[in-house]
Design a protein around this ligand. Structure first.
Ligand code: SF4
Ligand code: SF4
Length: 434
């Protein structure tokens, strides 16, 4: 069997973001594979720990990916501060593979920023890395390819207000409450949980929310932490305050990583539009090209406004109208001051009020055995998978419990624990057999 068939069979999707099916991502030939080990979300250490403890499977997965896209070159982009990981890794690399030290800035892991750092070329607005001859794959995705078995477990860092920040391997579908307990529990009495990190995070609904194939981190913070308040604001509040308080200082635009790459995005203009028409013509402000890194909202804006949410709110209208970039890609050039305007992670952590939390997440090899896992049918880009099991059926770890419809973009989902299927509605729910 060829490697690409197994990637599909194993339900492997991008573990670092939107969960794009890996077999599809690796379908087009490109000369260069870029391994995204930039991991720029503050407090999250999962990819670094994987490179320390799973470098073998990662390199095996990288070889498969390179074969799949017929690439002869690969670059592993990792932050320059992680010498302890970089040096041993660089000492034993296969031919055609090299390590590149990246600045410790946010958002170094944004695909467009990373591709520019590695190749010196700018992906055109609305484009893909393959437009400049590259494909970007996350470390954990490659580990999953190299391990060559179904994606039943997830690696993630548990950080913030917990007794012991850790990086764990847990069954997909484990409730977040269980992973917080595995980190020694919350260290404050009243807390809320951000899923995915702190910058591109979302607020967890409750402690039963499941860990997905794409969850890279869980950050616990006191309920009254400013970041929790920011992530809780409604779109209506954001727009009302933005309309009255934006003084058009442009800081959001001047530090925007996509603007600095030369993309036609100007969040201050999206804010200006709020006071007049609303963000009705998204292409004016280029909101379609916003990567939702949140830098403008959580770092740049001196008024504490939320240009990111305003930009994001303009995207559906742009997509509905199938708006695309009409300029010439060769005219898209980085800003002359782009490299000086990068935001150091340390400064970002201070601004976010996170300096009091331990910025570490050492790997801890503990077996977490949840009594119940919830496996949403949509935890990947594309259409929800269709259940292949029924309530009452017994399943074992690795059994397929859902699969994409014929021809649909999606990924298989596998049982992550042994047990009995209790529900198959929006999610396959498996409980321990009593
Ligand atoms: S940084 Fe804030 S105040 Fe300044 S233009 Fe942007 S949204 Fe307005
Ligand atoms: S979230 Fe803000 S800083 Fe980030 S790309 Fe969008 S507009 Fe730019």
């Amino acid at each position: 069997m060829i490697a690409s068939d197994r990637i599909e069979e194993h339900g492997i999707v991008g573990a670092g973001g939107a969960g794009f099916p890996t077999a599809v991502k690796l379908a087009a030939p490109v000369p260069l594979v870029i391994v995204n080990a930039a991991e720029c979300e503050p407090l999250i250490h999962k990819d670094k720990e994987l490179l320390k403890h799973q470098a073998g499977p990662m390199l095996k997965g990288l070889k498969v990916a390179m074969d799949r896209v017929s690439a002869e070159q690969a670059v592993i982009g990792i932050k320059n501060k992680y010498r302890d990981v970089m040096t041993p890794l660089a000492a034993d690399l296969p031919r055609g593979v090299r390590v590149l030290a990246l600045t410790d800035t946010y958002p170094a892991g944004d695909e467009f920023v990373l591709v520019h750092d590695v190749t010196g070329r700018v992906i055109p607005p609305g484009g893909l890395p393959r437009d400049v001859g590259a494909v970007v794959v996350n470390v954990e995705t490659l580990v999953n390819v190299g391990l060559d078995h179904a994606v039943t477990h997830k690696y993630l860092t548990v950080a913030g207000a917990v007794a012991e920040p850790v990086t764990l391997r847990v069954p997909v579908g484990t409730p977040i409450g269980d992973v917080i307990r595995a980190a020694g529990g919350a260290s404050v009495p009243r807390f809320a949980v951000l899923i995915g990190g702190v910058m591109m995070a979302r607020l967890a609904r409750d402690l039963d929310e499941p860990i997905l194939k794409t969850t890279g981190g869980v950050v616990v913070l006191p309920s009254d932490h400013p970041l929790i308040r920011r992530h809780s604001a409604s779109q209506k509040q954001i727009e009302l305050i933005g309309r009255s308080a934006c003084d058009q200082c442009r800081f959001c635009t001047e530090l925007c990583p996509r603007y600095l790459l030369g993309h036609p995005i100007e969040p201050h203009r999206a804010m200006q539009a709020l006071g007049f028409t609303g963000v009705k013509d998204p292409m004016i402000a280029g909101t379609l090209y916003c990567c939702e890194c949140n830098l403008c909202s959580l770092y740049s804006c001196p008024e504490g406004l939320d240009p990111k949410s305003v930009c994001a709110s303009g995207k559906p209208a742009a997509r509905e109208r199938s708006l695309t970039f009409k300029g010439r890609p060769e005219d898209v050039r980085p800003h002359a001051l782009a490299s000086q305007r990068r935001v150091p992670t340390r400064r970002l952590i201070g601004k976010l009020g996170l300096a009091r939390y331990r910025n570490a997440g050492p790997w801890v090899d503990v077996a977490i055995q949840p009594r119940r896992v919830v496996l949403p049918l949509k935890q990947h880009a594309g259409a929800p998978a269709l259940p292949t099991v029924r309530a009452g059926e017994s399943v074992r770890v690795g059994d397929v419990v859902a699969a994409p419809a014929d021809g649909a973009l999606g990924a298989r989902i596998h049982a992550s624990v042994d047990g009995v299927v209790r529900d198959v509605d929006d999610a396959v729910v498996i409980e321990e057999q009593s």
